[in-house]
Design a protein around this ligand. Structure first.
Ligand code: NAP
Ligand code: 8YV
Length: 319
């Protein structure tokens, strides 16, 4: 019997074409539709392709489930420990997006410190003609940049920053082997020493509001915060308040606590650059991520080992 795979959401057409060659597909658009499906309809689902969302109650509706193939490297919306406890392998799409996410980070950093959006508006509003040259901005050369989470993407960001003559330091729970960047076990101390903080950790409970009021104030009135991790990693209320009253200099934000909602207060601030969670959103990278979603399913069901299991499930693949 052909393996049945449930696909939730609007994947690239190539994903649907590739998956149809290997599997019997059940395709729905959203989790509201999933809630309407009967237990009988879900009884034989063995594979599940999703955009980063698979809570425990959804997993438990599929008693035959063996593999969850999640689009995106971050899987904070997938109950990976719960899946592992049921013997279900969770996979994700690491590495193929490192370059574009790192490029977006550099773009946000430059745009924020060099006031790109504000200066663009200055010209369009005719102020160059009426008022003369736009105000000066801050250079990133020579600045100390603290990366919060020196993983696959953090490392790519650090590498690109060296071209801009920045000094890179980092914070994570453990010092990383084989790197020369200075390590800070204490995030507040790192924020105090840095001109810029870049958040690029996973989301989830372990990093919830990791960048809190104390960290933001340690970064200070001349400091810049860039968040490309998850909205939950930064205390958004504390961030807005600090930007409003000058306790933090500026921010470049790709992610937010309640996406797609963004705090109204941020929309009017000149010292903020905002992007709608697009760090990996190029055709090339989204195609590579899509291909990996397919490859994880095909390699699991046809070769016995998914190519990119999340750490919580790695033992299920190796064993
Ligand atoms: P990764 O290789 O697993 O790196 C994660 C890093 O975060 C590691 O250095 C880890 O080090 C550190 N970390 C984890 N938990 C921490 C904690 N509680 N406190 C401090 N540091 C912690 O992951 P990646 O591939 O670089 O991806 C990182 C994240 O970026 C994703 O999970 C996702 O949330 C985000 N992302 C966002 C976008 C976007 O579109 N904006 C795109 C891609 C990825 P330790 O384990 O030593 O602490
Ligand atoms: C994706 C991301 O755009 O990979 C991640 O963790 O945040 C982004 O690359 C997102 O997962 C879309 O579903």
């Amino acid at each position: 019997m052909t393996t049945q795979v449930l696909v939730v959401g609007n994947f690239f057409p190539s994903v649907m074409i590739d998956l149809k060659e290997h599997f019997d597909l059940l395709h729905i658009q959203n989790f509201g539709e999933l809630a309407q499906m009967s237990d009988n309809e879900l009884a034989n689902v063995e594979g599940f392709a999703t955009f980063g969302w698979a809570p425990a109650d959804v997993i438990d509706r599929m008693p035959s489930l063996k593999l969850i193939s999640s689009f995106g490297v971050g899987y904070d919306g997938v109950a990976a420990d719960h899946a592992a406890s049921r013997g279900v392998v969770v996979t994700h799409t690491p590495n193929v997006l490192n370059d574009d996410v790192a490029n977006t980070t550099i773009m946000l950093l430059l745009a924020t410190m060099r006031c790109l959006i504000e200066q663009n508006q200055y010209l369009r509003d005719g102020r160059w003609v009426k008022e003369g040259n736009a105000p000066l901005t801050r250079s990133i050369a020579g600045k100390k940049v603290g990366i919060v989470g020196l993983g696959r993407i953090g490392d790519a960001i650090a590498h690109k920053l060296s071209v801009f003559n920045c000094t890179v330091v980092y914070h994570s729970r453990n010092p990383k082997d084989g790197t020369d960047y200075a390590y800070y076990g204490d995030l507040v101390e790192m924020a105090r020493d840095c001109d810029v903080l870049i958040a690029i950790t996973p989301g989830g409970p372990a990093t919830n509001k990791l960048i809190n009021k104390t960290v933001i104030e340690a970064l200070g009135p001349e400091g810049t915060l860039i968040n490309v991790a998850r909205g939950t990693v930064v205390d958004e209320q504390a961030l807005v308040a600090a930007l409003q009253d000058g306790r933090l200099g500026s921010a470049g934000l790709d992610v937010f606590e309640q996406e797609p909602k963004v705090p109204e207060a941020l929309l009017d601030m000149n010292n903020v650059v905002l992007t709608p969670h697009v760090a990996s959103a190029t055709w090339e990278t989204r195609q590579a991520m899509s291909d990996l979603v397919v490859e994880n399913l095909v390699s699991h069901f046809e070769k016995g080992a998914a190519v990119a299991p999340v750490p919580e499930c790695a033992h299920l693949v190796e064993g």
